[in-house]
Design a binder for this molecule. Structure first.
Ligand SMILES: [Zn+2]
Ligand SMILES: [Zn+2]
Length: 662
């Protein structure tokens, strides 16, 4: 896959930290050239969490070289060189490149080959600029920080290999990665967070806590949920269903696949085809097969006639009868395609088209609106195998989906209610830091990247913006990133250790309902097309649980804990065992997942085992507890909380689960 150049627009949007990291890439190149002046540099962008620079060099750079390179980088930041920008003509840039002067400290015998290639990628008419710090001159559109001294802290992290411009036909280069920060404190916090993230890795904890697994025979990217993981799923669904019920949603159910025709209507095909599993071809039924055979036989005949006609009229084969024949052939091709398209089925990549069909299944009046159709729908996406990553990138996913159909007048309050739902969930899960990225359209790209409906864009974007401002929600506006058919909001949340996750997207959709011919009868008896809001606050189970595992480090709150309570006896004497079992029974009768450990194993061993399994609440009962009607309470992560009356403890557990306490 070829790597794309950043557009000017993207460059303007580069954040402070991205500028700093990209500047660090220049410093890295400067340092490498001081050690290996012959190095040939290609591209050195800022990337998520850091930067890299691609280079060609005989010496293979390894982590053992990092200390030397970093020491040189340190000198360069101490020198506090200014990053100077200079606009040049294409000819001037090419001349420098031919002298080996680009991505270099001085002129060299060998031309700057990769920079010449980069120069070719700059569109005609776009300004060409150089950036210089000290002796280092680079072909670069920027932007940069003011001085090398602005890079307060940096570290090289690893080396990989990469093809020039991401194309395997091109030479393979060394890619040196690093990261950079404003200051040391921020960098240290980042590496501490990485350490913690490793301990909380959802793939590692998922295995240890027996939450989910993957199996080669089932297929990559298709998670199997074990009983413990299924508890998480069902608790989340319970929460979603209660919340959505209270908010006036209706639940629906739809199959996991549909005919090609529907995805042609929705526009998923052909635009989204790459992300869908290839179609299943079903045999045609007898009648259709007969029809297909007839059509194909006429098709062959027509072709034969056209061939004869062409031979007879070699000068103008497609005039007169030839033109007619060509037309008939095209129309036959279309009919054959339509007939066969009905036997092609796709696994659904999204629930929307199915829900639109449900909207359209019944005549709707303005009285039915807003109509809110909800489903925990399973979707399938054909992610490239290299992209698959634990639960975060999968091929089957269960989505907390709903589609809200409403009038323009209802839109603001509906959208606001969706946001309120997000905030409610954030509170339950202790998500303190979040951001809504509000993506809008670019009027210059109407009719290409965005549906050509300027008024609706303006109206819906204004409405969304109003809701966001009024509700005081934390948001940023990003132009030119809307979906094809309306503005969207990506919801980013930060886990307890400060790592960022994108969990959900809300979209406003004013194009697809009309593609499906969805209408409602308005007060004035005219037919109108509803607006549609796609929303999924809890994202997919896969991604959201992946997030929760890291967020809680596997120490789920009581309500969510797969193992809520374990009652452990101090010994296996009959009355004690009975006491333990009666507590378990009482809890289970209230829907609490309680189990017992009434073996005669040492209590220390029992507790250790329960702690390791991250059982939320451990209730220890001995003879003294039995006599007093008490239980000794131990909570995972909090230690021993002492003996308390049995009834009080049980009531508290039930209440905590019911309130979904943190
Ligand atoms: Zn640069
Ligand atoms: Zn949707």
């Amino acid at each position: 896959m070829a790597e794309e150049r950043k557009t000017l627009e993207q460059r303007h949007q580069m954040s402070d930290i991205e500028r700093l990291r990209h500047s660090a890439a220049h410093v890295l190149a400067t340092a490498i050239l001081r050690i290996w002046p012959e190095a040939q540099f290609a591209a050195g962008p800022a990337v998520e969490n850091g930067f890299y620079y691609d280079l060609d060099l005989k010496h293979r750079i390894t982590p053992e070289d990092f200390a030397q390179i970093e020491a040189e980088m340190k000198k360069i930041t101490k020198e506090n060189q200014v990053f100077e920008r200079k606009v040049v003509t294409r000819a001037e840039a090419l001349e420098l490149a031919n002298k080996g002067r680009l991505g270099a400290l001085s002129e060299r015998a060998t031309p700057s080959v990769f920079k010449i290639g980069n120069l070719e990628d700059i569109p005609e008419g776009e300004e060409i600029s150089l950036y210089q710090n000290g002796d280092f001159v680079d072909l670069c559109a920027g932007p940069h920080v003011m001085r090398t001294g602005n890079i307060g802290a940096f570290k090289l992290t690893h080396v990989a290999s990469a093809y020039y411009k991401g194309d395997e036909k091109n030479p393979q280069l060394q890619r040196v990665y690093g990261t950079a920060f404003k200051n040391k404190t921020e960098m240290e916090a980042y590496f501490t967070m990485l350490e913690e993230a490793k301990k909380r890795d959802h793939r590692k904890l998922g295995k240890e806590l027996e939450l989910f697994c993957f199996d080669e025979d089932v297929g990559p990217g298709l998670p199997l949920w074990l009983p413990n993981g299924t508890v998480l799923i069902e608790e989340l669904e319970k929460l979603a269903k209660e919340t959505e019920f209270a908010a006036g949603y209706d639940r629906v159910r739809t199959p996991h696949l549909a005919r090609e025709n529907m995805y042609l209507t929705s526009g998923h095909l052909p635009y989204y085809a790459e992300s869908m599993f290839p179609p299943m071809e079903l045999p045609l039924d007898d009648a259709a097969a007969m029809q297909d055979k007839q059509l194909r036989s006429s098709y062959t005949q027509l072709h034969e006639q056209l061939r004869e006609h062409t031979l007879a009229n070699p000068e103008q084969p497609l005039t007169g009868r030839g033109e007619e024949l060509a037309k008939e052939i095209t129309s036959l091709e279309k009919r054959i395609e339509e007939l066969n398209s009905g036997s092609r089925y796709y696994l659904k990549a999204m629930n929307c088209p199915h829900h639109h069909k449900i909207f359209g299944a019944v005549p709707r009046s303005y009285r039915d609106l807003p109509l809110r159709l909800a489903e925990y729908g399973t979707c399938y996406r054909y992610e490239q195998s290299g992209e698959l990553f634990g639960l975060m990138r999968v091929r089957s996913m269960q989505m907390n989906d709903a589609h809200l159909y409403c009038t323009e007048e209802q839109f603001e309050s509906e959208f606001n209610a969706v946001n309120e739902m997000y905030l409610k969930y954030f509170k339950i899960f202790g998500i303190d830091k979040y951001l809504m990225r509000f993506s809008t359209h670019d009027p210059a790209k109407l009719g290409q990247k965005f549906v050509d409906a300027p008024e609706l864009w303006k109206k819906t974007e204004d409405m969304v913006r109003n809701v966001l401002i009024k509700s005081g929600i934390n948001f940023v506006e990003v132009p030119n990133e809307a979906a094809f058919y309306g503005p969207k909001i990506d919801v980013q949340v930060w886990s307890a250790i400060g790592r960022e996750f994108t969990i959900a997207t809300n979209q406003v959709d004013f194009a697809v309902p009309s593609r499906f011919g969805l209408v409602y009868k308005d007060r004035d008896n005219t037919e109108k097309t509803p607006l549609c809001i796609h929303r999924a606050p809890l994202g997919t189970h896969e991604r959201f649980i992946g997030f929760l595992i890291e967020h809680y480090a596997g120490n789920f709150p009581l309500w969510l804990s797969p193992l809520q309570v374990r009652v452990m006896s101090l010994g296996d004497e009959e009355p004690l065992v009975e006491y333990a079992r009666s507590i378990q029974a009482e809890l289970r009768a209230e829907g609490i997942r309680a189990e017992v450990d009434v073996t005669n194993n040492n209590i220390k061993g029992k507790v250790l085992q329960a702690e390791q399994a991250k059982v939320h609440t451990m209730l220890v009962v001995g003879n003294r507890d039995l006599e007093a009607g008490n239980v000794s309470v131990r909570v995972h992560g909090q230690g021993n909380l002492g003996a308390k009356p049995r009834a009080e403890v049980i009531a508290d557990i039930i209440q905590s689960a019911k309130e979904r306490r943190a």
